[in-house]
Write a protein that binds this ligand. Structure first.
Ligand SMILES: [Zn+2]
Length: 370
């Protein structure tokens, strides 16, 4: 058999596809064509007219063709870079032709084709979001904090201290000699906890303040090393100086690990992400000054601070078990007076859960616990 004449044509017959209507982008009138893939080109070949002389064919490089997404309903429209388009009514023929000769569909489109794919995509989205919140934000915040020089902690802490002082703190009523005794005892304890030859103790400044009723018996640390102990906490732990010193060591642990800066970085990242998502960045800037009142330390941060307290108590010849007294007395007091959630980084806002009590009891019996 002889090959058809057209097969010897330099361009070849190409692979014929379905009929389509060609719109040149200016005229509303479509022109009937047949789609052909010919080498690296998509060709719209006008259907033969009665006279045998039709308008010229159109061709576009395949990589400039914007293929339609496959949907369950509706006709297929192919958009071309020059503004023209091709509409195909026979969707089944188009999909079959394209599957065989056109560029392959992305996995996204295939996944969208069935509900299992949609469900899977949804589950993946939830998992990725949850993972991002659980690990991504803390990791990113940690990376940010590592880039921030320690000197910035002091600037941040000083500003926070100022707003906390105005809102929650009043001048202390503790006798000067009582304050001095506690300062001296804590300094000795720190010296024993961070002995010469090892890493230096984090710098800190101890402040005694009476607290507003909302803050009550409490202690907290700010970036840069300001540690605040309220008169009410000193009174709550009357006769239990070892426990009070353990609380201070816990707060110094927050300073050592820069937990305040981590919390601030996380808060800023989440606020920024929210602000970007909402398209309103000014709301982020407005909320930043209030960061201290809104953040809390993570459980992981509390565990680290507790570990510092246990280690330093032990290094100074005290039992970590003295911390149990704190949780017992806080629990007794909580029945009598209500403590507001105004300052989540403050000690009494931490849940005095069984896990922490168990930790300090076990730390007292584990000689090599770090
Ligand atoms: Zn804490």
């Amino acid at each position: 058999m002889n090959a058809p004449a057209a097969a010897t044509h330099s361009k070849g017959p190409g692979t014929e596809g379905p009929q389509a209507l060609f719109f040149d982008g200016t005229s509303a009138r479509g022109q009937a064509v047949r789609l052909v893939v010919q080498g690296p080109h998509l060709v719209a070949r006008p259907l033969p007219t009665d006279t045998g002389f039709g308008p010229p064919e159109h061709r576009w490089p395949l990589n400039q063709v914007q293929w339609p997404e496959r949907t369950r309903h509706g006709q297929r429209t192919v958009h071309l870079a020059d503004g023209s388009s091709l509409q195909v009514a026979d969707t089944a023929a188009f999909d079959a032709w394209r599957a065989q000769h056109g560029p392959s569909e992305s996995w996204v489109v295939r996944a969208q084709q069935n509900w299992r794919g949609t469900l899977l995509a949804l589950v993946l989205l939830v998992l990725v979001s949850a993972a991002g919140y659980r690990w991504g934000v803390p990791a990113l915040a940690g990376g940010l904090v590592a880039l921030v020089p320690a000197a910035a902690d002091e600037a941040v802490g000083a500003q926070a201290m100022e707003s906390v002082r105005q809102q929650w703190l009043r001048p202390t009523r503790l006798p000067a000699e009582r304050q001095q005794a506690l300062r001296t005892a804590f300094a000795q304890m720190v010296a024993q906890g961070w002995p010469p030859g090892g890493p230096p103790a984090p710098a800190y400044t101890l402040h005694f303040h009476a607290a507003t009723e909302a803050l009550g018996a409490n202690a907290f640390a700010l970036p840069g090393g300001d540690i605040v102990v309220t008169d009410q906490l000193v009174e709550l732990l009357a006769g239990q100086d070892d426990t009070l010193l353990g609380v201070m060591a816990h707060e110094l642990g927050h300073v050592q690990y820069r937990h305040g800066m981590h919390a601030l970085a996380q808060f800023t990242l989440l606020s920024t992400a929210t602000g970007i998502a909402l398209g309103d960045f000014s709301s982020v800037l407005a909320v930043l000054p209030a960061w201290l009142a809104q953040m809390g330390y993570s459980r992981a941060a509390e565990r680290e601070a507790d570990a510092v307290a246990a280690r330093v108590l032990r290094a100074s010849g005290r039992s970590p078990a003295v911390m149990v007294v704190l949780f017992e007395r806080l629990a007794q007091r909580a029945d009598a007076e209500k403590v507001g959630p105004e300052l989540p980084i403050a000690l009494a806002s931490h849940p005095a859960d069984a896990e922490r009590i168990r930790y300090f009891r076990e730390a007292a019996n584990a000689p090599n616990l770090k």
